[in-house]
Design a binder for this molecule. Structure first.
Ligand code: MLT
Length: 302
């Protein structure tokens, strides 16, 4: 019998896969294994008998990896399980940045009930005009499960896609469409792309990686998308580049207060993996990994 504690609600299609003699406990301190989504574990005391943590998601920056390693606690994540969900929202971000969908929707909410609407529609059509993404250059930094999905999908939208990943795995390389140009120097992406999207894990080396130096290299009018982790982007430097108009749009899946009130900034509250499908896939994978470890000692995605 093993005790499982969930630090966040985890989809039932996953939790019901635990063997019958497993029980859920309200007390983290009693748990043999923890299931977590986005809750931070950095402040919590790790349970004494904890054997494993299953992160229902890709990033593991909410988990104290060093402390877990010191205590022999195995940490699993679920790479790829939410990649489609995140990819779809990144594609939405490309469109939101290129067409003034948000402006148009807000304008209609305010004006569409007016019987005289036809008179002003022509004017607003001009005010909300945008550009097309077909033929534009997209740079994808980080070609793991999510980056590779984004890169491939963008080729089908007619974009010229440049991909950069210093640690490109053989698996990821296989997943890439032939139409994605593999770039070996990230500066080429910073200098040449019209749209740049970041899909790297949060590490000491990637914190603030989109900073003034990189922003200064970029084309005037570049669009930057960040659906990975907020602090990959230096928010002071980004605010300055947006204010100066050098960044035409910053689309981020994080409600960052430094840029929240700026025109040309589009923010979301980390919705990338918030789909039923992604939550189900992550829950199933995390529970399978935990069970396989607790029952058989097998370790995958650790
Ligand atoms: C992830 O790390 O899997 C994504 O950021 C999605 C999430 O955790 O909500």
């Amino acid at each position: 019998m093993k005790k499982i504690h969930c630090l966040n609600p985890i989809a039932e299609c996953g939790t019901k896969l635990f063997p019958e003699d497993y029980v859920f406990t309200d007390q983290a301190a009693e748990a043999d294994a923890l299931l977590v989504r986005s809750a931070s574990m950095h402040e919590m005391e790790l349970p004494e008998n904890l054997l494993a943590v299953g992160r229902a998601g890709a990033g593991v920056n909410n988990i104290p990896l060093d402390e877990c390693a010191q205590q022999g606690i195995v940490v699993f994540n679920t790479p790829g399980a939410n990649a489609n969900g995140v990819k779809e929202l990144v594609l939405a971000g490309l469109f939101l940045a290129s067409r003034d969908i948000a402006g148009g929707l807000a304008w209609c909410k305010e004006n569409a009930a007016d019987p005289q609407i036809a008179k002003t529609t022509e004017k607003s059509k001009k005010a909300f005009a945008g550009c097309e993404i077909k033929g534009k250059k997209l740079g994808v930094i980080g070609l793991g499960a999510i980056g590779a999905e984004v890169a491939n999908a963008a080729t089908h939208l007619g974009m010229e896609v440049y991909g950069y990943d210093p640690y490109l795995s053989v698996n990821a390389a296989w997943r890439l469409s032939r139409n994605v140009k593999h770039i070996t120097n990230a500066d080429t992406i910073f200098r040449e792309c019209d749209y740049i999207t970041v899909h790297v894990p949060l590490l000491e080396s990637t914190k603030g990686m989109i900073d003034k130096e990189k922003l200064d290299m970029m084309k005037d009018g570049v669009v930057i998308l960040n659906f990975a982790r907020d602090i990959l982007v230096n928010d002071d430097d980004m605010a300055e580049a947006v204010a100066a108009g050098r960044v035409a749009r910053y689309v981020s899946d994080f409600p960052n207060p430094k840029v929240a009130n700026m025109d040309r900034v589009i923010l979301m509250p980390h919705l990338g993996a918030s789909t039923k499908e992604s939550e189900d896939n992550c829950a199933v994978m995390a529970v399978q990994e935990l069970t396989d470890y607790l029952e058989n000692g097998n370790i995958r995605n650790s």
